[in-house]
Design a protein around this ligand. Sequence first.
Ligand code: ADP
Length: 547
Amino acid sequence: MNDPHITGIPDLSPQLDRILAELCVLREQQEARSALDILNARLAAIVESSDDAIISKSLQGIIQTWNAGATRIFGYTAAEMIGQPILKLLPDDRKHEEVAILERLCRGERMDHFVTQRVSKDGRIIDVSLTISPIRDASGNVVGASKIARDITQQRRYEADLKAAKDEAERANAAKDQFLAVLSHELRTPMMPVLAGLTLIERGTLSPEELAQEIASMRRHVALEVQLIDDLLDHTRISRGKVQLQREITDVHELLRAVIAMCRPEFAAKDLEIFLHPGAEAGHVWGDAKRLHQVFWNLVKNAIKFTPAGGRIVIRTTNHGSTLIVQVTDTGIGIAPDQVDRIFQPFEQGGRVITRQFGGLGLGLAISKSFVELHDGRLEASSEGRGKGATFTVTLPHAMVQPLPPGPSVRPSGRKPIHARTVLLVEDHPDTRRLLARILQGRGHRVDTAGTVAEAAGLLEKKQYDVLVSDIGLPDGSGVDVMRVARRNGKTWGIAVSGFGMPEDEKQSREAGFSLHIAKPVDPEQLEAAIETIGLVGMPRPVGESA
Ligand code: ADP
């Protein structure tokens, strides 16, 4: 039926097949083109929504495309930049980079994460990480480049901050290590002569004079140890703003005489001359006698420490307007000009690095300055330079009033007590209990002892004591519990003894009815003075008793 000779109709099927085949090809091409269009549209959307700048340029460095990310980072719009040379984005000192980049592109090389800087429309320098790849035509020739620029300014800033924090942490760590090394050295040093002295005493070969000498030396070194611990605690209190002054009318000349008396053995040991010129007529201040004593003692101790044997220390007081000025001058090693202010910083030792020639923690002056400033005063140093001596000047507002009778702390040692008292001593450390009881009995007091709250309560039920001296930390409770029983049974003055010397501890024991709070280790002389004078002058009365 399909035979053309039969029908007379030409056979068109080969053409039709060809046309159909062409149509199929066309259709495939059309489908491929629209698939390409879709792909292109997707790519364009990705490029547009990228946070990075995506730019393409010709091999002559002329910008051809510019996405929204590029506008965000560099500030120029696509209209402003397409057709412009890429050099516009390079800071003057980096223009040379473009030549090198183009050379590499022409060789078909790609650059990954090249960290550099570019400049924005408003002149800001931006840290960027660049990835640049060559664009090739169908025959593989490089015809341009695509460039992705990521703004890493913020990241750089974080890195810089992180590095600064790391450096600071390392510096603090090194300072801490250095401080611990110094601290451990300073805490161990005074213990050496104490241990050696104990060994000698145990061997029993010392003459009475040698024994007395050893004991005096041990006492000196233990006092030094206590001073170091006190300095650390004071420093902690000051830096936490927790120092509270116990102000009273204070005779500064009396404090200076007491300091000189305390330091006599050291003046003698170094053959130093000491002069006091109490020129000030108004010699009283409204101040905390204990803290001011500590300030003057620290200045005099430093003068002794930093003045070579045979030198001279002069303490002078004057009035200027409404102030009292105390100057401690020595003929010692002096202070370099660049150190004069720095020595008041905590742990600062006038530029001495790890030389432990003079010992100390470098806290004394920092603490003294803070104490003087708490009294609305000033502490300053001056020196003509190294080897030329130093002068420390304390300026305080003076008080124009009559002095009160002397307080309990000023008391020459060795005399009999004015008031023999009945004392209950509560302490769980057997050696401390035994030794303190012996010392107090030696002064004429009648002393009973207890090691626990229960024992103390038993004694208090039977007898009334003038003074209760109680450790705060006890095995079956606290000294506060003992004080409660004592108050129930009568009018007993309380002295709390505690290893915790912070203001909150003092507050707690006062609230419990103790009149005094003494930090451990207890200086027996201080305890004796407290027992003998408690209730006589200026002490807070036990809670519940009228004045
Ligand atoms: P420390 O005596 O424990 O080092 P201080 O805070 O009392 O600590 O003193 C800090 C530094 O001040 C000392 O290390 C020393 O360099 C310097 N200094 C203090 N007093 C004197 C003085 N009288 N003469 C020379 N230098 C002094």
